[in-house]
Ligand binder design. Structure first.
Ligand code: AMP
Length: 225
């Protein structure tokens, strides 16, 4: 068992296609190891739900499956990473998505004297993703993600964790998913190359179930490997 063994790296970037399981894994790892889970998608959805100006602008962009401007995203992430809650480690989930974001993140790391970090890359194929996303429901109260396929929930089921209402995200509609996958391929390939050149990438086979992927991540990131 590798559970609860210390992590070799506590500054992590989870990188993979939408619906590739990185959000679920980021949440689990962060909870177990006391890391700050920084999901830029969750932060934007939260801002939209609160009706802030930035949130409402972002919602229109998100619903169309496009990307929020780099300058906005970099500002948000810098603020979070500077906060005390991120001082003991973090998992970035959904950022960086473009090369300018990756370069800006390197500058933030430099300013915060963060020298050791790893980029955990999730390998999942497109058919798996379309299936997973069309089955995905999210708790509107606590953000937990469930699958109609594996968790036995429906839109009529209360959240098994907190009793909140389960909803399907607007951007999980099939045509938006296909567009998001295209955007992902186009914009993130240079990001992957950037981190490969820096020698900080570790790969995870994201095609298994939640527990199998979870074990793999802990094994790769734990001190014993
Ligand atoms: P996610 O929950 O990570 O799939 O993000 C949902 C949506 O939020 C994306 O499709 C984008 O519209 C927006 N978003 C989240 N993170 C970023 C980012 N790093 N750069 C630009 N847009 C983002």
């Amino acid at each position: 068992m590798t559970k609860n063994r210390p992590l070799r790296w506590r500054q992590l970037i989870f990188f993979g296609p939408p619906g590739g399981g990185k959000g679920t894994q980021a949440r689990l790892l962060a909870e177990e190891y006391g890391l700050r889970h920084v999901s830029t998608g969750d932060m934007l959805r939260d801002a939209a739900a609160r009706g802030t100006e930035r949130g409402l602008k972002a919602k229109a962009i998100m619903d169309a499956g496009r990307l929020v401007p780099d300058a906005v995203m970099v500002g948000i992430v810098r603020e979070v990473l500077q906060s005390p809650e991120a001082a003991d480690g973090f998992v970035l989930d959904g950022f960086p998505r473009t090369l300018p974001q990756a370069e800006a993140l390197s500058a933030i790391f430099h300013d915060l004297a963060i020298r050791t970090y790893r980029v955990v890359v999730f390998d999942v194929d497109d058919d798996d993703i379309v299936r997973r996303l069309s089955n995905r429901l999210v708790c509107s109260r606590n953000g937990t993600v469930f699958s109609k396929e594996t968790d036995g929930v429906t839109l009529a089921t209360p959240c098994p964790d907190c009793g909140g209402t389960l909803v399907q995200r607007d951007d999980d509609r099939e045509e938006t998913v296909r567009h998001r996958l295209q955007v992902y391929q186009l914009t993130t390939t240079p990001v992957l190359h950037y981190y490969e050149a820096l020698g900080v990438v570790v790969k995870v086979d994201g095609s298994g179930g939640v527990d199998a992927v979870s074990r793999q991540i802990r094994l790769i990131l734990s001190e014993e490997t």
